[in-house]
Design a binder for this molecule. Structure first.
Ligand code: DQA
Length: 144
């Protein structure tokens, strides 16, 4: 079964982001980690990243049309993109929100997620394992 794993702005530059917050690994390493775990769980993960809101909106439309389950780290868009929220609301299969860090333990502007309200649930603060926990949760949801 296919699962779309979408990543928002700056996630592809984990190599230069604060490793004390995001961990000491690169985006290609994160992608490999997700793909391997997905395969072990019986998913075919398609992992994408964009710095552009419109592109992410388009990918969510694609997932809505194909009834594809989605795991999304909207990155900074989490906190203010009503366009991504509205597109996420169109999905027919489950949506799980993930974060590498725990935004609630950080600056106040990160405490709001405009996406959480249309997600089945949110997994945050476990580094790359947030994605693996989300894949496990997705497997559970899709098995029902
Ligand atoms: C993030 C948290 C966001 O607040 C931040 O803007 C990101 C990454 C995370 O994965 O921890 O870019 O979504």
């Amino acid at each position: 079964m296919k699962v779309l794993v979408l990543n928002g702005p700056n996630i592809a530059r984990l190599d230069i982001r604060d490793s004390s917050i995001y961990g000491d690994f690169t985006y290609p390493q994160l992608v490999t980690h997700i793909e391997k775990a997905a395969q072990a769980l019986g998913f075919e993960a398609e992992v994408r990243q964009s710095n552009e809101e419109a592109e992410i909106v388009g990918w969510l439309h694609e997932a809505a049309d194909a009834s594809t389950p989605v795991i999304i780290n909207p990155a900074a868009f989490t906190h203010y993109s009503y366009a991504i929220r509205d597109a996420a609301e169109l999905l027919k299969a489950p949506l799980i929100e993930v974060h590498l860090s725990n935004p609630i333990a950080r600056e106040e502007f990160r405490h709001t997620s405009v996406i959480s309200g249309v997600a089945k649930g949110t997994i945050a603060g476990f580094g790359p394992n947030s994605y693996i926990l989300a894949l496990e949760a997705m497997k559970n949801l899709m098995g029902k």
